[in-house]
Design a protein around this ligand. Sequence first.
Ligand SMILES: Nc1ncnc2c1ncn2[C@@H]1O[C@H](COP(=O)(O)OP(=O)(O)OP(=O)(O)O)[C@@H](O)[C@H]1O
Length: 268
Amino acid sequence: MDIIVENLVQVWDDGGDGVRALDGISHHFRSGTLTCLLGPSGCGKSTLAQIVGGIETATSGAIRIVDPSNPAVPPAKPGRCSVMMWQSLNLFPWRNVIDNVAFGLEMAGVPREARYARARELIGMVGLRNFEEKACSQLSGGMRQRVALARALIMDRPILLMDEPFAALDAQTKIVMQEELTRIFERMRKTILFVTHAIDEAILLGDEVVVMTARPGRIKEVIAIDLPRPRTQEMVGTKAFGELYDRILHLIREEVLNAMRQQDEAVL
Ligand SMILES: Nc1ncnc2c1ncn2[C@@H]1O[C@H](COP(=O)(O)OP(=O)(O)OP(=O)(O)O)[C@@H](O)[C@H]1O
């Protein structure tokens, strides 16, 4: 599904003048591509993901979700065709892996046998075969992340929204999960919005990187990542990767400094 965002503005109620989180965001997120949203803390990345996911409604502007291969079909409702995965995974620790993964289908009334069959497929896909019966409280952070990914994928929605899903992982586990995600993405080709603070992660995963300004969030620049797929960690050391990194770092540094200035002014 294509996600077409037009002049999106979000002003959060803070009991005063309001917090202008997004200020005129327009972008076309193309079907089957992975877009990374990158920007300083508080620039509105999560806000944008939540609005695209239908969890929040924008103050003004429009979102159209359309199937590019079937343009005559009316736009879909944001919440209906997306699923969100957060850093705080919201797994049920007392439930086992398979019941966590199958949760969405259980809520949708899918019979036990059918939902377990699908859950087993996805548990295999994320590399957790034979862990079906383990309680989630007994799993490592990386394994819980895999459960959360399988739980999101089981909904089979065309749009996957990922808000810093790997931020809490140790460096090695993060590398493995990034490679897992690229592998799954190349296989499933969903439209993915991936919020991150990490430039290297954005380049490794993304077809494009949307660099946002300090609050109020606007789009500063969109960088196409033309590295070949499949992507692997070995690419991080290449000249092409380094050039992209430097270019994005330059853009981000300016915005992080702006965000820090804003914070200083708020304290004074
Ligand atoms: N529900 C809310 N109510 C009020 N203000 C909010 C709400 N959600 C976010 N904000 C404010 O909107 C601004 C943007 O927040 P958001 O979480 O979208 O930024 P972000 O770029 O994702 O930040 P970070 O990288 O630190 O997670 C911040 O100033 C934040 O405090």
